[in-house]
Design a protein around this ligand. Structure first.
Ligand SMILES: [Zn+2]
Length: 257
Protein backbone atom coordinates (compact mmCIF):
# COMPACT_ATOMS: atom_id res chain seq x y z
CA UNK A 1 0.00 0.00 0.00
CA UNK A 2 1.25 3.46 -0.88
CA UNK A 3 1.99 5.51 2.20
CA UNK A 4 4.16 8.46 3.12
CA UNK A 5 6.03 9.62 6.20
CA UNK A 6 6.45 13.34 6.88
CA UNK A 7 9.84 13.28 8.59
CA UNK A 8 9.71 16.92 9.75
CA UNK A 9 6.53 18.56 10.91
CA UNK A 10 5.98 21.09 13.73
CA UNK A 11 2.36 20.14 14.31
CA UNK A 12 2.55 21.38 17.91
CA UNK A 13 3.05 24.93 16.63
CA UNK A 14 0.40 27.53 17.54
CA UNK A 15 -0.61 27.59 13.86
CA UNK A 16 -2.35 24.23 14.36
CA UNK A 17 -4.06 24.91 17.68
CA UNK A 18 -7.52 25.40 16.21
CA UNK A 19 -7.71 22.57 13.68
CA UNK A 20 -5.14 19.83 14.35
CA UNK A 21 -7.71 16.97 14.09
CA UNK A 22 -8.69 18.14 10.60
CA UNK A 23 -5.02 18.53 9.63
CA UNK A 24 -4.32 14.94 10.74
CA UNK A 25 -7.43 13.70 8.93
CA UNK A 26 -6.33 15.37 5.68
CA UNK A 27 -2.86 13.87 6.12
CA UNK A 28 -4.36 10.38 6.41
CA UNK A 29 -6.60 10.93 3.38
CA UNK A 30 -3.41 11.87 1.50
CA UNK A 31 -1.72 8.67 2.74
CA UNK A 32 0.63 10.51 5.08
CA UNK A 33 0.22 8.04 7.92
CA UNK A 34 3.09 9.07 10.18
CA UNK A 35 4.83 12.33 11.08
CA UNK A 36 7.98 13.05 13.05
CA UNK A 37 7.83 16.10 15.33
CA UNK A 38 11.26 17.70 15.80
CA UNK A 39 11.83 19.63 19.02
CA UNK A 40 12.95 23.25 19.30
CA UNK A 41 13.60 24.10 22.95
CA UNK A 42 12.30 23.88 26.52
CA UNK A 43 9.42 26.26 25.85
CA UNK A 44 7.94 23.94 23.18
CA UNK A 45 8.56 20.50 24.66
CA UNK A 46 5.33 20.24 26.64
CA UNK A 47 3.09 21.15 23.70
CA UNK A 48 5.13 18.80 21.51
CA UNK A 49 4.60 15.91 23.96
CA UNK A 50 0.92 16.73 24.49
CA UNK A 51 0.35 16.84 20.73
CA UNK A 52 2.22 13.58 20.09
CA UNK A 53 0.50 11.70 22.91
CA UNK A 54 -2.89 12.54 21.37
CA UNK A 55 -1.97 10.55 18.24
CA UNK A 56 0.11 7.51 19.22
CA UNK A 57 1.35 5.56 16.22
CA UNK A 58 0.87 8.62 14.02
CA UNK A 59 2.98 11.37 15.60
CA UNK A 60 6.49 10.60 16.85
CA UNK A 61 8.28 13.14 19.06
CA UNK A 62 11.99 14.02 19.02
CA UNK A 63 14.06 15.76 21.69
CA UNK A 64 16.66 18.42 21.05
CA UNK A 65 17.78 22.01 21.16
CA UNK A 66 17.46 23.99 17.91
CA UNK A 67 20.48 26.17 17.06
CA UNK A 68 18.42 29.37 16.92
CA UNK A 69 17.42 28.71 20.55
CA UNK A 70 21.07 28.64 21.70
CA UNK A 71 21.53 31.84 23.72
CA UNK A 72 22.68 33.06 27.13
CA UNK A 73 21.02 30.10 28.88
CA UNK A 74 22.39 27.43 26.53
CA UNK A 75 23.77 25.27 29.36
CA UNK A 76 20.39 25.11 31.08
CA UNK A 77 18.67 24.32 27.76
CA UNK A 78 21.19 21.57 27.00
CA UNK A 79 20.68 20.10 30.47
CA UNK A 80 16.94 20.04 29.74
CA UNK A 81 17.59 17.98 26.58
CA UNK A 82 19.55 15.43 28.64
CA UNK A 83 16.76 15.20 31.21
CA UNK A 84 14.09 14.95 28.52
CA UNK A 85 15.95 12.28 26.59
CA UNK A 86 16.43 10.22 29.77
CA UNK A 87 12.76 10.40 30.73
CA UNK A 88 11.08 9.15 27.56
CA UNK A 89 11.78 7.15 24.41
CA UNK A 90 12.23 9.47 21.42
CA UNK A 91 12.43 8.78 17.71
CA UNK A 92 15.45 11.08 17.17
CA UNK A 93 17.59 13.86 18.59
CA UNK A 94 16.64 16.99 16.69
CA UNK A 95 16.45 19.40 15.45
CA UNK A 96 20.04 20.22 16.15
CA UNK A 97 22.74 21.93 14.11
CA UNK A 98 23.96 25.43 13.37
CA UNK A 99 22.38 28.57 11.99
CA UNK A 100 24.36 31.65 11.01
CA UNK A 101 21.41 33.26 9.25
CA UNK A 102 19.37 34.52 12.19
CA UNK A 103 22.38 35.49 14.31
CA UNK A 104 26.09 34.74 14.56
CA UNK A 105 26.32 35.86 18.20
CA UNK A 106 26.31 32.37 19.68
CA UNK A 107 27.92 30.37 16.86
CA UNK A 108 30.68 28.97 19.06
CA UNK A 109 28.11 27.85 21.65
CA UNK A 110 25.98 26.41 18.84
CA UNK A 111 28.95 24.24 17.85
CA UNK A 112 29.33 22.92 21.40
CA UNK A 113 25.60 22.24 21.76
CA UNK A 114 25.51 20.53 18.36
CA UNK A 115 28.43 18.24 19.19
CA UNK A 116 27.09 17.35 22.66
CA UNK A 117 23.74 16.41 21.16
CA UNK A 118 25.39 14.26 18.48
CA UNK A 119 27.19 12.41 21.28
CA UNK A 120 23.88 12.00 23.11
CA UNK A 121 22.21 10.58 19.99
CA UNK A 122 25.05 8.10 19.49
CA UNK A 123 24.81 6.99 23.15
CA UNK A 124 21.07 6.42 22.71
CA UNK A 125 21.54 4.85 19.28
CA UNK A 126 19.20 7.43 17.76
CA UNK A 127 19.43 9.32 14.46
CA UNK A 128 19.91 13.09 14.46
CA UNK A 129 17.84 15.65 12.55
CA UNK A 130 20.20 18.38 11.40
CA UNK A 131 19.30 22.00 10.71
CA UNK A 132 22.02 23.72 8.68
CA UNK A 133 21.66 27.29 7.54
CA UNK A 134 24.52 29.57 6.53
CA UNK A 135 26.93 27.57 8.65
CA UNK A 136 28.03 24.78 6.32
CA UNK A 137 31.74 24.91 7.15
CA UNK A 138 31.06 25.13 10.90
CA UNK A 139 28.74 22.09 10.63
CA UNK A 140 31.42 20.12 8.80
CA UNK A 141 33.99 20.96 11.46
CA UNK A 142 31.76 19.36 14.09
CA UNK A 143 30.82 16.37 11.91
CA UNK A 144 34.45 15.71 11.08
CA UNK A 145 35.30 15.70 14.79
CA UNK A 146 32.50 13.14 15.27
CA UNK A 147 33.42 10.98 12.29
CA UNK A 148 34.47 8.01 14.45
CA UNK A 149 31.06 7.91 16.15
CA UNK A 150 29.19 6.53 13.10
CA UNK A 151 26.55 9.23 13.31
CA UNK A 152 23.30 8.60 11.44
CA UNK A 153 20.54 11.00 10.58
CA UNK A 154 18.84 13.38 8.20
CA UNK A 155 19.97 16.74 6.85
CA UNK A 156 16.64 18.47 7.05
CA UNK A 157 15.56 20.98 4.36
CA UNK A 158 18.62 20.15 2.32
CA UNK A 159 19.30 22.81 -0.29
CA UNK A 160 23.04 22.43 -0.85
CA UNK A 161 24.95 21.34 -3.93
CA UNK A 162 25.66 17.78 -5.01
CA UNK A 163 29.26 18.31 -3.83
CA UNK A 164 27.97 19.21 -0.36
CA UNK A 165 25.81 16.09 -0.37
CA UNK A 166 28.88 13.96 -1.17
CA UNK A 167 30.82 15.61 1.66
CA UNK A 168 27.94 14.93 4.05
CA UNK A 169 27.95 11.26 3.16
CA UNK A 170 31.61 10.98 4.04
CA UNK A 171 30.95 12.07 7.63
CA UNK A 172 28.26 9.53 8.53
CA UNK A 173 25.16 7.64 7.49
CA UNK A 174 23.06 10.55 6.25
CA UNK A 175 19.91 11.00 4.18
CA UNK A 176 18.60 14.37 3.02
CA UNK A 177 15.14 15.72 3.78
CA UNK A 178 13.46 17.19 0.70
CA UNK A 179 10.44 19.45 1.07
CA UNK A 180 8.52 22.29 -0.56
CA UNK A 181 11.60 24.15 -1.79
CA UNK A 182 12.04 21.59 -4.58
CA UNK A 183 8.72 22.79 -6.08
CA UNK A 184 9.76 26.45 -6.23
CA UNK A 185 10.48 28.01 -9.60
CA UNK A 186 14.16 28.07 -10.56
CA UNK A 187 15.12 25.89 -7.59
CA UNK A 188 18.70 24.68 -8.18
CA UNK A 189 17.73 21.87 -5.83
CA UNK A 190 15.59 20.32 -8.58
CA UNK A 191 18.75 19.53 -10.57
CA UNK A 192 20.65 18.37 -7.49
CA UNK A 193 18.01 15.82 -6.42
CA UNK A 194 18.34 14.09 -9.79
CA UNK A 195 21.94 13.27 -8.87
CA UNK A 196 21.22 12.49 -5.21
CA UNK A 197 18.66 9.83 -6.13
CA UNK A 198 15.69 8.36 -4.28
CA UNK A 199 17.83 6.01 -2.23
CA UNK A 200 19.17 8.99 -0.24
CA UNK A 201 15.97 11.00 0.21
CA UNK A 202 13.23 11.26 2.83
CA UNK A 203 10.21 13.53 2.45
CA UNK A 204 9.33 16.35 4.81
CA UNK A 205 7.11 19.41 4.97
CA UNK A 206 8.64 21.51 7.79
CA UNK A 207 5.01 22.49 8.47
CA UNK A 208 3.82 25.15 9.17
CA UNK A 209 6.67 26.67 7.11
CA UNK A 210 7.94 26.24 3.54
CA UNK A 211 4.69 25.20 1.86
CA UNK A 212 5.17 23.80 -1.65
CA UNK A 213 3.90 25.57 -4.76
CA UNK A 214 1.04 26.44 -5.35
CA UNK A 215 0.66 27.09 -1.59
CA UNK A 216 3.97 28.93 -1.21
CA UNK A 217 3.74 31.51 1.60
CA UNK A 218 0.65 29.86 3.14
CA UNK A 219 0.53 27.50 6.11
CA UNK A 220 2.13 24.17 5.26
CA UNK A 221 0.72 20.82 6.44
CA UNK A 222 1.58 17.11 6.11
CA UNK A 223 -1.10 16.42 3.46
CA UNK A 224 1.09 18.38 1.02
CA UNK A 225 3.73 15.64 1.07
CA UNK A 226 2.09 14.23 -2.07
CA UNK A 227 2.91 17.47 -3.95
CA UNK A 228 6.59 17.06 -3.10
CA UNK A 229 6.46 13.37 -4.07
CA UNK A 230 4.81 14.29 -7.38
CA UNK A 231 7.58 16.80 -8.12
CA UNK A 232 10.24 14.17 -7.36
CA UNK A 233 8.42 11.68 -9.54
CA UNK A 234 8.63 14.12 -12.47
CA UNK A 235 12.25 15.10 -11.85
CA UNK A 236 13.51 11.56 -11.39
CA UNK A 237 11.15 10.04 -13.98
CA UNK A 238 9.89 7.47 -11.50
CA UNK A 239 6.37 6.38 -10.73
CA UNK A 240 4.92 8.17 -7.70
CA UNK A 241 4.33 4.80 -6.01
CA UNK A 242 8.05 4.13 -6.28
CA UNK A 243 8.80 7.56 -4.77
CA UNK A 244 6.47 6.70 -1.88
CA UNK A 245 7.85 3.21 -1.39
CA UNK A 246 11.53 4.23 -1.46
CA UNK A 247 11.28 7.37 0.66
CA UNK A 248 9.01 5.66 3.21
CA UNK A 249 11.40 2.70 3.37
CA UNK A 250 14.33 5.08 3.90
CA UNK A 251 12.50 6.85 6.73
CA UNK A 252 11.48 3.55 8.35
CA UNK A 253 15.04 2.28 8.36
CA UNK A 254 16.55 5.56 9.55
CA UNK A 255 14.05 6.19 12.35
CA UNK A 256 13.35 2.56 13.19
CA UNK A 257 9.64 3.05 12.46
ZN1 LIG B 1 12.01 22.38 11.72
Amino acid sequence: MTQFIDTHSHLYDNDFISDLPEVIERAKESKVLRCILPAVDKSCQQSLMDTASGYPGTLFPAAGLHPTSVGENWEEELEFVYETAAAHKYIAIGEIGMDGYWSKDFLSQQAIVFEKQIELAVRLNLPVIIHSREATEEIFKVLERCRQLNVKGVFHAFSGSYETFCRIQKTGNFLVGIGGVVTFKKAALAETVKKIGLENIVLETDAPWLAPAPFRGKRNEPSYIGIIAQKLSELLEKDIDEVAEKTTGNAQRMFNL
